[in-house]
Design a protein around this ligand. Structure first.
Ligand code: SAM
Length: 350
């Protein structure tokens, strides 16, 4: 395809909000700058029509690094004996929210490993507490796979959103990343339960995880088209020194940006973060993500003492641009590229 044909097909993708597998595959792996820059510009244009130049922020509170699962890629997997484990209690979570609210955060994301300490009752108390204190804020949970009943109780207590990446939609690839105790079927089932219960649902996948091929990424996009999530989080796979994948190669920046732009064109309304992993892979990863069509950033609002312990991958960024207390720095960096951080719940625009 020549330049003109590429441009026409990208514009067609933006119009149809869909494309054939072969073209998606070509775009995912494309490294020609004249194609990728047109792709990112088109995605940024679609984003600006709906969201202007606003960037939504979420305060990420990493409530626990205990996990009963043993995903091969993840630094907080059960078998990692090198890690000091922690979870934070109700009062500490509320203190994080207090600090976050003062900084202008209107969404709090409680994320953690699958930790039995957080029973339904405990979580319901936490959610009710946050909602009572900050009724104008959204509460997002990202606590892995739970039962439908549990998701219902948490939603009834006031949880608004739930993030659960499907990680990979390909059965064979899923098996390369997870032990036999976990199943793709259950992961997907959880996502559909969450939707059915009225959560705004977020899903997504890692880019460049071991064994991944472009066909898997196309399957990921097709799965997302079925799910129609409100939020889509992707980020590069990054190795962690105390996991079986310690020697594996990290995900590719261009591929992450290409996929961010493709997601924006397939799902114009979606809330798409420029993730911490992207910011860890490249010092300007956040900005590059926004310029390719992302519209959310999730600075770290966890207590300082635990940030390094929530160690999903090597060298996780959490103290510079990534830190909630350095919001001014983030604001400046966003202004420099023509975007602005806003104080709002940051819901999907209709
Ligand atoms: N336990 C919850 C769950 O399973 O959804 C939330 C916590 S989990 C650690 C959050 C996300 O971190 C996962 O969905 C995964 O995509 C990402 N993650 C874990 N290890 C990673 C790695 N080595 N590189 C990049 N992302 C990773």
């Amino acid at each position: 395809m020549n330049e003109e044909q590429y441009r026409e097909r990208i514009l067609q993708l933006a119009r149809r909000k869909d494309a054939e597998d072969d073209f998606l595959g070509m775009l995912i792996t494309c490294r020609d700058e004249w194609v990728t820059s047109f792709l990112y510009e088109t995605a940024a244009g679609v984003r600006q029509k709906l969201y202007g130049r606003d960037v939504y922020i979420r305060g990420l509170i990493e409530i626990s690094n205990f996990c009963k699962n043993d995903c091969y890629y993840c630094g907080i997997r059960k078998s990692n004996r090198e890690l000091t484990r922690y979870h934070i209690g109700e009062d500490e979570i509320l203190e994080c929210c207090e600090e976050g609210y003062a900084l202008g955060f209107r969404t709090f994301v409680l994320q953690g490993g699958e930790d039995g300490y957080y029973t339904d009752d405990r979580l319901c108390r936490i959610i009710t507490g946050i909602k009572k204190e900050y009724p104008d804020c959204a509460v997002t949970l990202s606590l892995g796979e739970r039962s439908r009943e549990s998701y219902k109780k948490l939603h009834d207590a006031g949880a608004d959103r739930y993030l659960l990446r499907h990680e990979t939609a390909d059965e064979t690839h899923y098996r390369q990343l997870h032990p036999s105790s976990l199943s793709l079927e259950n992961r997907k089932q959880c996502l559909f339960y969450l939707k059915e219960l009225g959560y705004q649902v977020g899903s997504g996948f890692m880019v460049g995880s071991p064994g991944q091929i472009p066909e898997h990424l196309i399957e990921d996009l097709r799965f997302l088209q079925k799910l129609q999530p409100a939020m889509i989080g992707i980020g590069p796979f990054l190795p962690h020194k105390d996991t079986p994948f310690r020697e594996e190669k990290e995900g590719d920046l261009t591929m992450c940006l290409n996929l961010t732009a493709i997601l924006r064109l397939l799902f114009p309304h979606a809330l798409i973060p420029a993730t911490t992993a992207l910011g860890t892979l490249h010092s300007e990863g956040r900005e590059l993500g926004i310029l390719a069509g992302a519209n959310v950033v999730m600075p770290n609002l966890s207590p300082l003492s635990v940030r390094q312990l929530y160690s999903l991958y090597n060298n996780k960024a959490c103290t510079g641009l990534e830190a909630a207390e350095h919001k001014v720095l983030l604001e400046k960096r966003m202004e420099r590229i023509g975007y602005r951080i806003v104080t709002s719940r940051g819901d999907v625009v209709k």
